[in-house]
Design a protein around this ligand. Structure first.
Ligand code: GLA
Length: 344
């Protein structure tokens, strides 16, 4: 009898298929999104919580800022090389929910509303990301999603949002933090809209317990492990060292649909030398990291622009195998060797 053709063989085949289906079901967030790391722009590192549009209309958190970034992303080659998501971070909200408990943007800074902004961004062939928090308040003190996960997910879907960055400030206790992240994931899926789910769940757990990454991957498309990046070599080095030091825990879970997020690219700002910028781009590509730039695309140095748009480095980051690279040796404090595997 040919191997695999008897009853035993068929049974084995069935078991194998069932086993694979089980593995697939339990492995990742199967919303079909982020099959390669997300690429785009996120306001936080460069523009922070600048809400003073009277004093600084050009740089404050307002609908105009995202429209301008979308214009440039579409017109100046960014979209062509893969940068797709224009993302709002904290400080877009009004101080209170409306009478129906719905979230609302600050009326002075977002007079046309988020739906209008999403339509605008979509008209440029791009996608819109937004920010909220699992706890009672966002990190900057705006109303959080606690108690309103379903309503907020629905609101985002109705507005046409394509990505949610879900922060973890002001949580009540660890169980609530974990449950909140899971609930928001389910609520987003229930809307039926494709919304990439970006979490900070492990970062907020690490001070207390080692996060369960199998669980995190089941619910999130990407997750922050480390504190906020800033525009300095020291900050970069800390993130890279943390990632390498924890790679046995975090590297195996990364792959199509779910990625470790070492935070934004700060290339094109003020704090990194040319070589340091090259290092960030190279390491973020090797680490299969989301490529979310936080810089001012209206005014960016040509070398930084060329680096961020380098198609060879982007191709490494976007490799379909999606295997995160890892550090193989640390010959000295300043000399590390990393390895990665790509599809042939
Ligand atoms: C936290 C996050 C940052 C940013 C700010 C906004 O610090 O880690 O990325 O979203 O909140 O307040």
């Amino acid at each position: 009898m040919e191997p695999g053709k008897g009853i035993g063989g068929r049974l084995l085949g069935l078991l194998l298929v069932a086993g694979l289906a089980l593995l697939r079901g339990s492995w990742g967030l199967e919303n079909g999104l982020a099959r390669t790391p997300v690429m785009g722009w996120l306001h936080w590192e460069r523009f922070l919580c600048n809400v003073d549009c009277r004093a600084d209309p050009h740089n404050c958190i307002s609908e105009q800022l995202y429209m301008q970034m979308a214009d440039i992303m579409a017109a100046e080659g960014w979209k062509d090389v893969g940068y797709e998501y224009v993302c709002i971070d904290d400080c877009w909200l009004a101080a209170r929910r409306d009478d129906n408990h719905r979230l609302q943007p600050d009326p002075l800074r977002f007079p046309s509303g988020i739906k209008h902004l999403a339509d605008y961004v979509h008209s440029k062939g791009l996608k819109l990301g937004i920010y909220q928090d699992v706890g009672t308040h966002t990190c900057a003190g705006y109303p959080g999603s606690f108690g309103f996960y379903e309503l907020d997910a629905q609101t985002f879907a109705e507005w046409g949002v394509d990505l949610l960055k879900f922060d973890g400030c002001n949580f009540i206790n660890l169980d609530m933090l974990i449950e909140g992240y899971k609930n928001m994931s389910l609520a987003l899926n229930q809307t039926g809209r494709n919304i990439v789910y970006s979490c900070e769940w492990p970062f907020y757990l690490w001070p207390f317990v080692q996060p369960n990454y199998t669980d995190i991957r089941k619910y999130c498309n990407q997750w922050r492990n480390h504190g906020d990046i800033s525009d300095s070599w020291n900050s970069l080095k800390n993130i890279i060292s943390w990632t390498a030091a924890h790679q046995s825990v975090i590297q195996p879970v990364a792959g199509p649909g779910g990625w470790n997020d070492p935070d934004m690219l700060v290339i094109g700002n003020f704090g990194l030398s040319k070589d340091q910028q090259v290092t960030q781009m190279a390491l973020w590509a090797i680490m299969a990291a989301p490529l979310l730039m936080s810089n001012d695309l209206r005014n960016i140095n040509p070398d930084s622009k060329a680096l961020l748009q380098n198609q060879y480095i982007i191709a490494i980051n976007q490799d379909p195998l999606g295997i995160q690279g890892h550090r193989v040796t640390r010959a000295s404090h300043d000399f590390n060797c990393w390895s990665l595997m790509l599809r042939r």
